[in-house]
Design a protein around this ligand. Structure first.
Ligand SMILES: Cc1ncc(COP(=O)(O)O)c(C=O)c1O
Length: 433
């Protein structure tokens, strides 16, 4: 096996996905897996005596597990729980997650799609995209407000400036009046200002707004998909689908925009990246199992997956085996859908309780229909950080300040439905004294 060089991968992309090549940062251009120990070990996998990789095993490759530790994974094959997984992640899990993405609610069968690369949580998948595509002269475009960790994940590491447009097309209106919608005009306007390679990040259901677009905000000539596909310059689009599936409102598009975008993206101009994972979809926050999937199949998809795997090799080497094995097992469970529905029912109940309590106390809120949060705008002159402290001190309520739009974020996903009226009453004492 001869080593694949960064140039080989870049030439593959030049031939099969020119947009991806034009979008790569200097680090992205340099990324390739070296012909190192895992590759040499894989080549020798059929040998009688395998003296390659530094794992402590029997001659047959069974881990010499320490019982005090191994006993915590009684239902997993010790080879799956105690040994290294490949840089790309467990092979069976990658295929299984691809099926999960292809399921009717997510990506149409016609959309080109790489085999997902398993990452150490969704944050890690975003970080890899940041490293592959952003740089000081390659901005990240996000709707405002946005999850503030994007600053840390992307800008702190790659120096890419974050450029924003307003998430909503107006302020929250009193009940009964037209409520703001996703600001497609703002998206079009900011895209018009770009002339070189850039990255757009869309997070639906969104943190911190708790909003996912309605069908007519995504589809049609005036929708999000058309706005992106019309962009004439190289654009990477990251679909941050961390909260995929948590849809509560009416008239919603109700699935990731990755499918529609990747089905129609022009490989001369656009590369669509999907980041998602077990964190919220399988309520496995501590497991750190995320995925990164590109809108490219065949050789281009493999080249991009290798670039991602090279960044994994250069940071954490490879992911967490027992977590990946547990997620694979859960995906194959015949009762999974029913168990997920039970969680959804709990969240739907909390969502409904929160909406009616906010209305009952006449508190203003941005439209929210999905995910885990709602966002309460503050009147002019009210300071989010000051009010957050007062809520802790005077009402024993913890919320998160969102200074980007002077608002407070309430995570209804962690409050029992019966406690929500009390939560809102306490908030109202401070916001509407
Ligand atoms: C919008 C968004 N994306 C990504 C993540 C990160 O997920 P993970 O915990 O898997 O890194 C979060 C977590 O809060 C999030 O809110």
């Amino acid at each position: 096996m001869s080593p694949v060089t960064p140039n080989d991968l870049n030439n593959t992309l030049r031939a099969h996905h020119p947009a991806a090549l034009r979008l790569l940062s200097p680090l992205g251009l340099r990324s390739a897996l070296p012909f190192g120990i895992p590759q040499q070990a894989a080549e020798a996998s059929g040998c009688v005596r395998k003296a390659t990789i530094g794992q402590i095993t029997t001659g047959e490759g069974e881990p010499l597990g320490i019982p005090s530790l191994a006993r915590h994974f009684p239902t997993l094959d010790p080879r799956d729980s105690l040994l290294y997984v490949p840089q790309y992640g467990m092979a069976r899990l990658r295929t299984r997650w691809a099926d999960h993405i292809r399921a009717p609610m997510s990506a149409p069968m016609s959309a080109p799609m790489s085999n997902p690369v398993v990452t150490t949580g969704i944050t890690h998948a975003i970080s890899i995209c940041g490293e592959l595509f952003t740089a000081a002269d390659r901005p990240l475009i996000v709707p405002l407000p946005y999850w503030d960790n994007y600053d840390t994940i992307v800008t702190m590491r790659t120096e890419a400036p974050i450029r924003t447009f307003d998430f909503f097309d107006g302020p929250p209106a009193p009940k009964g009046e037209r409520q703001p919608r996703f600001n497609v005009a703002g998206l079009r306007a900011i895209l018009r200002t770009l002339t070189g390679p850039a990255t757009l990040l869309l997070n639906f259901p969104a943190n911190p707004t708790g909003y996912a677009p309605l069908a007519d905000e995504v589809e049609g000539d005036d929708g999000i998909v058309a706005a992106i596909l019309a962009h004439p310059h190289p654009l990477a689009v990251i679909c941050d689908d961390a909260y995929e599936g948590l849809f509560f409102g009416d008239g919603m598009y109700g699935r990731s925009v990755f499918g529609a975008l990747s089905a129609a993206a022009d490989p001369e101009r656009h590369l669509i990246c999907k980041v998602d994972g077990a964190t919220k979809e399988l309520v496995f926050f501590g497991g750190r199992v995320g995925f990164l999937t590109f809108s490219a199949d065949g050789a281009a998809g493999e080249a991009l997956a290798e670039k991602a795997a090279a960044l994994i090799r250069s940071t954490v080497s490879n992911g967490c085996a027992p977590s990946q094995a547990a997620v694979l097992d859960a995906l194959d469970s015949p009762t999974l859908a029913q168990e997920q529905q039970q969680v959804m029912d709990v969240l739907q109940h909390r969502y409904t309780a929160l909406k009616s309590s906010l209305d009952a106390y006449d508190l203003r809120y941005y439209p929210f229909n999905a995910g885990c949060f709602c966002l309460l705008p503050l009147a002019e002159g009210m300071d989010a950080e000051h009010l957050r402290h007062r809520l802790i001190r005077e009402q024993s309520v913890g919320v998160i300040q969102v200074p980007q739009v002077n608002a407070l974020r309430v995570a209804f996903c962690s409050i029992e439905a019966e406690d929500i009226p009390d939560l809102v009453q306490r908030i109202a004492r401070i916001l509407r004294p």
